[in-house]
Design a protein around this ligand. Structure first.
Ligand code: CMP
Length: 139
């Protein structure tokens, strides 16, 4: 069942480069409502567990190192058709392939430092949102 919610992180590169405000603005301008929001730095274990599905992939260690390199914003967003619409808004995982005007095309530098994460299914949106937020942190 579609939940109309997705989960996102604004990654260390975008925060470090001062783009977090513009990225959040692009998300809300596109119709996404912020249900929950946190500013935090991930520890190695937390990042490794979050990206556990990629543990056997060759980029896993670099991904964890990068995601723990500085603070991130984590958020649950709400909109009709949230998961698919958000993935359109952020663009392809590799910013070199991201469509004009998408968040990754505008703000990302590489496939590792790709500015934002977006859930790839309703099921994962639920799992990822629950990973970061309790029921008392959602509005
Ligand atoms: P994200 O959507 O956060 O999910 C996993 C991340 O791994 C992805 O964004 C990329 O930043 C990173 N990554 C690095 N190399 C690859 C790759 N070859 N394929 C997919 N993701 C990759």
């Amino acid at each position: 069942m579609a939940t109309n919610r997705t989960f996102t992180m604004i990654k260390p590169d975008a925060v470090q480069n001062g783009h977090a405000g513009k990225i959040l603005d692009q998300m809300t301008e596109a119709g996404f409502k912020v249900i929950a929001l946190k500013y935090m730095q991930l520890e190695e274990t937390t990042a490794g567990n979050f990206y556990g599905v990629h543990r056997e992939r060759p980029f896993f260690n670099d991904l964890v190192t990068f995601m723990t390199s500085g603070p991130i914003y984590a958020a649950i967003l709400e909109k009709e058709n949230a998961v698919a619409d958000f993935r359109t808004l952020i663009g392809a995982t590799n910013p070199a392939e991201a469509a004009e005007g998408t968040i990754r095309q505008r703000f990302a530098k590489s496939i590792d430092a790709n500015a934002v994460h977006g859930s790839d299914s309703d099921e994962n949106a639920d799992i990822e949102g629950n990973f970061f937020f309790s029921q008392f942190e959602r509005f």
